[in-house]
Unconditional design. Structure first.
Length: 124
């Protein structure tokens, strides 16, 4: 369950995202649930678009069905757009490792620049 600050931060992050899925006249099917589950393997936060004219249910009902089936959190429902979130620990671990490698690379570059600058300065 998300608190209001977390929800606000996720809404801000989702602002620039485009919807990945569209739900139409058939509503929430097993295929849609399977695709959403697959997407949660590569993303934590994404949008789903509901076609209001052809959908058999309201976007809030659809969001609740998806959340129940995939055990995710509904960040917000605005008009026909649903924002979904589920923590993916493997993605977070990969991101942390990538950040660590970038930091190590930056440190090596800084040492290399400092060494080169000292060689030019002292003529070694």
């Amino acid at each position: 369950m998300l608190n209001s600050k977390q929800r606000a931060q996720l809404r801000a992050e989702a602002n620039g995202l485009d919807p990945i899925f569209q739900i139409g006249k058939e509503g929430v099917t097993d295929a849609v649930i399977a695709q959403i589950e697959d997407t949660f393997n590569t993303r934590e936060l994404f949008k789903v678009k509901v076609h209001l004219e052809s959908s058999p249910e309201t976007p809030k009902e659809i969001a609740n069905k998806i959340a129940e089936a995939t055990k995710c959190d509904v960040v917000q429902v605005v008009g026909g757009t649903i924002v979904l979130f589920r923590i993916n620990l493997m993605l977070r671990q990969k991101a942390a490792e990538k950040k660590k490698r970038a930091k190590e690379k930056a440190q090596k570059e800084a040492i290399k620049k400092r060494t080169e600058r000292n060689r030019r300065k002292y003529g070694n």
